[in-house]
Design a protein. Structure first.
Length: 274
DNA sequence: CAATTTACCTGGGTGC
DNA sequence: TGCACCCAGGTAAATT
């Protein structure tokens, strides 16, 4: 479900929970990504004071803890008046007048709690220390991108989805970014020209920024904190458009498998000879 | 050791 | 209506 734009949208919306006293927390006894949900009773009586995003993770900071949330493929965070009677709700955080709950059908998400005595800054949590650059931060420059490209022997598709280089790009936006950059998903990333590198740099920023502006993509599960859907899926050039005409050249969009995942591309626009 | 598979899950769609 | 199979936005761990 969620890539960088969807998580960023939620991060921005989560400001409504800031400084509200946590009255109660309930968790299901199911596993998330094969692991037990941690005991979060120590958060009761506390409040969240800041929300951050790193890669596709949300970090909810309280007085003494960082609560780190990953939505996996089908995770949803919703903020409502009452707890709905729905399946697959795994965490309920109750405030005096509202509830924040986590729903996740496939349970590929994850939840963990980190003590600020051990991790005074969330960036030193092991999950985050090996990650690459945030593409919408000032640290993302053409020099950084070039250094990463020279470092990698992967295909362009694997490269831009690798969070150890650039964070937050998943399977949807990878295809969209490569299409706009006129880069075939199969060619080695270190074989692209200077011009293509500059174009790729611009398109990474443009695609992710536009997706945030559109409120993210809702393919099946992603929703905003209030349940609304995003609209970026209406602007796709290639993702999910197998055998439909390219919006630029009318060549039929192709779907291939790379590393067990689908890549969508235009065989004409994304010609390796470009 | 970097790159590539596998494991972790439910549900919707398709073909028989 | 049922069953078997395939597919789906994620990452960490295991394996090549």
């Amino acid at each position: 479900m969620p890539e960088l734009p969807e998580v960023e949208v939620l991060k921005n919306e989560l400001i409504v929970i800031l400084n509200k006293k946590i009255i109660n927390i309930k968790t299901s006894n199911k596993n998330l990504h094969g692991k037990k949900i941690p005991d979060m009773n120590s958060l009761i009586g506390d409040k969240f004071t800041n929300i951050y995003r790193r890669n596709k993770y949300l970090i909810l900071e309280s007085s003494h803890y960082y609560l780190v949330v990953h939505l996996g493929m089908t995770g949803q965070l919703k903020f409502e008046d009452n707890i709905p009677d729905e399946k697959h709700i795994h965490i309920i955080i109750s405030f005096s007048d509202k509830v924040l709950y986590y729903k996740d059908i496939r349970r590929f998400g994850s939840i963990s709690l980190y003590d600020k005595n051990t991790f005074p800054n969330y960036l030193i949590i092991p999950l985050f220390t090996k990650l690459g650059v945030e593409p919408l931060s000032p640290e993302f420059t053409i020099e950084t991108l070039n250094k990463y490209i020279d470092d990698s022997k992967s295909s362009s598709k694997s490269f831009i989805m690798n969070g150890n280089y650039i964070c937050g790009i998943g399977n949807i936006y990878a295809s969209e970014i490569l299409f706009l950059s006129k880069i075939s998903p199969q060619i080695p990333i270190n074989s692209i020209s200077i011009e293509q590198r500059n174009f790729l740099f611009k398109n990474i920023i443009d695609v992710l920024s536009k997706a945030i502006l559109m409120g993210g993509s809702t393919i099946s599960d992603f929703v905003h904190l209030n349940g609304q859907k995003g609209s970026m899926q209406e602007h796709y050039y290639v993702y999910g458009r197998t055998n439909q005409p390219c919006k630029i050249c009318t060549t039929l969009i192709q779907k291939i498998k790379q590393n067990g995942r689908s890549s969508f591309y235009c065989p004409s626009c994304q010609n390796t000879l470009n």
